[in-house]
Design a protein. Structure first.
Length: 192
């Protein structure tokens, strides 16, 4: 479970903060130095090729919505028939967080079901609360039902090799986690 937690933290940060953020840049470089063949070496190489300007633009387009968002990072957009950001699935997720004494306060008014934030909540459940059962629930009921579609859209709509690679790699990692932990995602209709 330790390796799952480490990668959940890394992917959570990479999908919540811009790749050009100092912490993310240092994180990718540190992890890529440990193994030249690692997925993070591949990410660092792509970041260098794409450059900061393209990465900033891609982050804004994919995660902040400069115009129409082609890959919204919030679960309720995928699970709500109307594609609303603060939909019923977010309310269920908030209830789940309250039940487990977790409050996500980023200082901004934003939905807690943002992909990167959900991975960071997973880390918190495992490390701080030592609640593996709740971690399974978070994955099976709140994240896995929609995240593969989201990552597919990130890979398809990213303008940089970096975000395409990151989406595909994260999708592969989540499939590994699902198999390794014998998770069965709740079947939900994905509308987006």
């Amino acid at each position: 479970m330790e390796q799952i937690t480490i990668l959940a933290r890394v992917f959570g940060c990479l999908f919540y903060y811009p790749l050009t953020h100092t912490n993310n840049f240092e994180l990718v470089n540190a992890m890529s130095e440990s193994d030249d063949e690692s997925l993070f070496a591949g990410l660092a190489q792509r970041m260098a090729i794409d450059g900061d300007s393209a990465l900033v633009t891609d982050f804004q387009q994919l995660f902040e919505g400069m115009d129409v968002m082609s890959a919204p990072p919030w679960g309720s957009v995928y699970l709500d028939r109307e594609h609303v950001v603060f939909g019923d699935s977010l309310l269920r997720y908030r209830e789940f967080l309250v039940q487990h004494q977790m409050a996500l306060d980023t200082g901004m008014r934003e939905p807690e079901d943002q992909f990167g934030l959900m991975l960071l909540a997973l880390v918190n459940l495992i490390e701080q609360h030592h609640d593996h059962a709740a971690a399974r629930v978070l994955l099976e009921q709140h994240l896995l039902p929609w995240c593969y579609r989201y990552l597919e859209l990130v890979a398809k709509n990213a303008q940089t090799q970096t975000y395409q690679y990151l989406a595909i790699t994260t999708q592969q990692w989540l499939r590994y986690v699902q198999q390794e932990l014998a998770l069965t995602p709740v079947e939900m209709k994905v509308y987006f």
